[in-house]
Design a protein around this ligand. Structure first.
Ligand code: AMP
Ligand code: GLY
Length: 424
């Protein structure tokens, strides 16, 4: 079967690498792909031009399209492909509102009694300011729409909260901020949980924990993620069952009942509070870099799983198997990230760093004058698998040291919470 993979990040490189291991695959096309994806033919295809994408699929007899990032999902690419009878892994635009609109998800949680933070949704400054009276400090202010992970402000004082509200309505987050959600601040450790669903069945995949802040000890500005590990043992089997029963099933059942069945991967951002797991937010795609650690542990056939999801046949396949080991990934970012990453830094010695248990996934890289150079904020994902987080962490940093990327940097403490727990 021929596969078309949409995207160019570390997440898509990990998906590409895992898809290519399937005996079901004849050829993978990646649009646009990245230099690490040696398993695929890179093609130039504008994913916002839906007729061009469907024409390509018919021309190349594509049997499965895998959509990596959120923007094409929210933009309805899966709908266009479905209408053209091309099997696609990824939800419809309506179902992708789970990620595309925080207010949509909060309302759905309210209708379905899903545990999450109390909230108010508003589209104007006076109502938002009045609503702040109902919340204690800190309070969380969120732009409703997609804001590349930057639309969340945790206000530590009432003046900060008011300033955040005004900034969002002033267009500080573009169109994402034409509506705002004000939320109760929840306390607890965060973890992510991934599952695939065809709208009826839900198949749990694995848990992970990422590190959003740029600096060691979780300080500094938010990023897309500086590293991750899987599984996150803080999410015990008993808590995972509660997440399935109290969060995922009510979500999937409500969406189906309301005529917008969800098909694809559900990424639940969770916080483990004293009252149990609560939903922070949903994403309609795999996490980046969480996908890299998930793929590193996955032992079953990803193509089979994605096809069954796309065709509504998840009930017919065996549960996917994940190695009983820990995977950990360290992001090598370009100096200046997340504000102004430096482009063009030369990268060397990647191949020497790779072993059976170490895989380097590319993200923002490109080839210039025959050399591999940095071309984005997050550049490489150095990913290790080992018997626990402590050993995976040591192996990943050893590989980081072997890579020659003088204008790059990493955090030095990825996995620290679990490393501390393993030592105690
Ligand atoms: P997001 O950009 O939506 O992933 O949110 C960024 C981060 O904001 C989350 O990972 C949490 O750390 C934090 N956050 C969002 N909502 C809440 C909340 N209601 N209570 C506490 N922290 C929150
Ligand atoms: N690593 C966070 C995300 O993918 O949204």
């Amino acid at each position: 079967m021929n596969i078309l993979l949409i995207g160019s990040g570390g997440r898509e490189h990990a998906l590409c690498w895992k898809l290519a291991q399937s005996p079901l695959v004849t050829k993978i096309f990646a649009a646009p792909g990245n230099p690490g994806m040696t398993e695929a033919e890179a093609i130039s295809l504008n994913s916002t031009d839906h007729p061009a994408v469907t024409a390509f699929c018919h021309d190349k007899s594509i049997g499965l399209v895998v959509i990596g990032p959120e923007a094409p999902l929210v933009d309805g690419l899966a709908d266009s492909l479905c209408a053209a009878n091309v099997p696609v892994f990824g939800p419809s635009a309506k179902a992708a509102q789970l990620e595309g609109s925080k207010g949509f998800t909060k309302d759905l949680c309210a209708r379905s009694s899903i545990p999450t933070a109390a909230y108010v949704r508003t589209d104007n400054v006076p109502d938002a300011l009045a609503a702040l009276d109902g919340f204690s400090i800190p309070v969380v202010i969120k732009a409703d729409g997609l804001a590349a992970g930057k639309g969340v402000i945790i206000a530590e004082s009432r003046p900060d909260a008011e300033a955040a509200v005004k900034d969002m309505f002033d267009g500080g987050f573009g169109n994402a901020g034409t509506e705002v959600v004000i939320e109760e601040f929840m306390t607890g450790e965060e973890a992510s949980f991934f599952a695939v669903t065809d709208g009826i069945s839900i198949v749990p995949l694995a848990s992970a924990q990422d590190h959003k802040r740029v600096g060691d000890g979780d300080v500094g500005p938010n990023t897309g993620g500086m590293g991750a590990y899987s599984p996150a043992p803080v999410l015990t089997p008993e808590l995972e069952r509660r997440v399935m029963d109290e969060i995922l099933y009510p979500t999937v059942n409500t969406l189906r009942a309301e005529g917008m069945p969800y098909s694809g991967v559900l990424y639940a951002g969770l916080i483990l509070t004293d009252q149990g797991p609560k939903l922070i937010e949903y994403n309609a795609r795999f996490g980046d870099p969480e996908c890299q650690v998930l793929m590193m542990r996955m032992r079953s056939d990803l193509v089979e799983l994605m096809l069954a999801t796309a065709e509504g046949k998840l009930a017919d396949i065996d549960a996917p198997v994940f190695a009983d080991q820990s995977a950990l990934t360290v992001v090598m970012a370009a100096r200046g990230y997340p504000a102004t990453p430096e482009k063009g830094g030369v990268i060397g010695n990647i191949e020497a760093a790779e072993t059976d248990d170490i895989k380097i996934f590319h993200a923002g890289t490109t080839i210039k004058d025959g050399r591999l150079v940095a071309n984005g904020g997050r550049v490489l994902n150095v990913t290790a698998v080992a018997h626990n987080v402590t050993t995976a962490q040591a192996a990943a940093y050893k590989a980081v040291d072997a890579i020659n990327f003088p204008t790059g940097f990493t955090r030095s403490d990825i996995g620290w919470r679990e490393v501390e727990r393993e030592a105690s």
